[in-house]
Design a protein. Sequence first.
Length: 431
Amino acid sequence: MIFEFVNHASIIYKEKGINLMTDPWLEGTVFHNGWQHLVETKFEYERFKEITHIWFSHEHPDHFFPPNLKKIHPKYRANITILYQETGDQKVIEFCKTLGFKAIVELKAFEWKILVPGFKIICNPLGHDSWLGVKTDSGTFLNTNDCVLKRTIDLLPIQKLMGEIDVLFTQFSFAQHEGNVSKPSKIKAAADRKLTQMDKQLSTFLPKYIVPFASYVWFCHQENFYFNQYMNTPNEVLNHFDQNRISIPIILAPGDIWDFKNDNWNNVNSMLTYQNAILDLENRMQLGSVQIEKEYLIQSAKEFYNKVQSKKSATERKAIPTLKIYLKDLEEVVVLSMNALLHFESSLTEEFSDISMSSDMLKYCLDFDWGFDTATVNGRFQTISPTGFEKLVEVMEFCNELNHDEEHKSVAQRAFGKIKNVVRAYRAKEV
């Protein structure tokens, strides 16, 4: 197996005439101007003529990014097969169909899919995320990308399915809001938890090699730039692995090509690429926000409320807490409720709010079902009340249900689905 590292969570698996690319976010900012690549991508759109398959792990834009997919030439898309986890809402599948890809294959949980003799894959969901297993004549490879795999109950079914793993690809730093600018110890603790999670994966899977990836980004907005100083760097990850000595760490930079059978890989050049990029962050232009006038916020709020009313019952809406948001650029507090239209509350000041954010960020949250999810990822807010973050998460999960039709299930249906997946994991057999 030959691996070509594209960027962030995007890798090309090359064997037996298959060029399988994962999560091709190549350029542009994602999460509403929250993230950019740490190092620029070298892979050019013309090279999609070489790609036979594309797999998306989940719908987040650093993995599934429609603006980049639209830039692939139609004649190249016509020769590429899309691989994606089976979902209820079919959103990703339907979008890919409109772009004219060669074929769209939905991957059923716990079922192996043969691409060609001697090259098969398996994709299993974990929440809205999913992980990818690849088995070929040359080895066994596991890509966990953003999956939060830290419990034995989650890890053992994967280990049973995959068997002995040669290469593990896994996320190595935090990827969401982990604390206010005034709470550096809390953010650093989140970075440390990622290393602990990696240790748990290593001790369970015992891969020969580990490739840290899916964290090669920087927080590029003025409102979240402070997170950059607490991220786990490739150098810190290497030092950590030198202590546990379970697996051989491989650091790959954009454009690197690695034959995993080659034990002579040298991390030095790749490490220097990232170290130079990290040192340069202070010199990079940080993005800013545009102030949104009240009338536009109120109009977005009306459309948001109408959508909520049409999809959720009064009982469901009442269960969601009211969120008081201080808009720092407007210097006013707004009150967001699922049972009443958003309104400005002149009697409240910042200290009586739950969270603070810019008017630009609030409008995005109102305009898109995934807007609050984006906010929790890009970290462009600060918590004020002790329960502010918990309230925001409840609102986010509520809005995520608007975004994903398959989540409109009863509690019993969801519980049965989880039980069924656990049973299938232990009964799974390779084709």
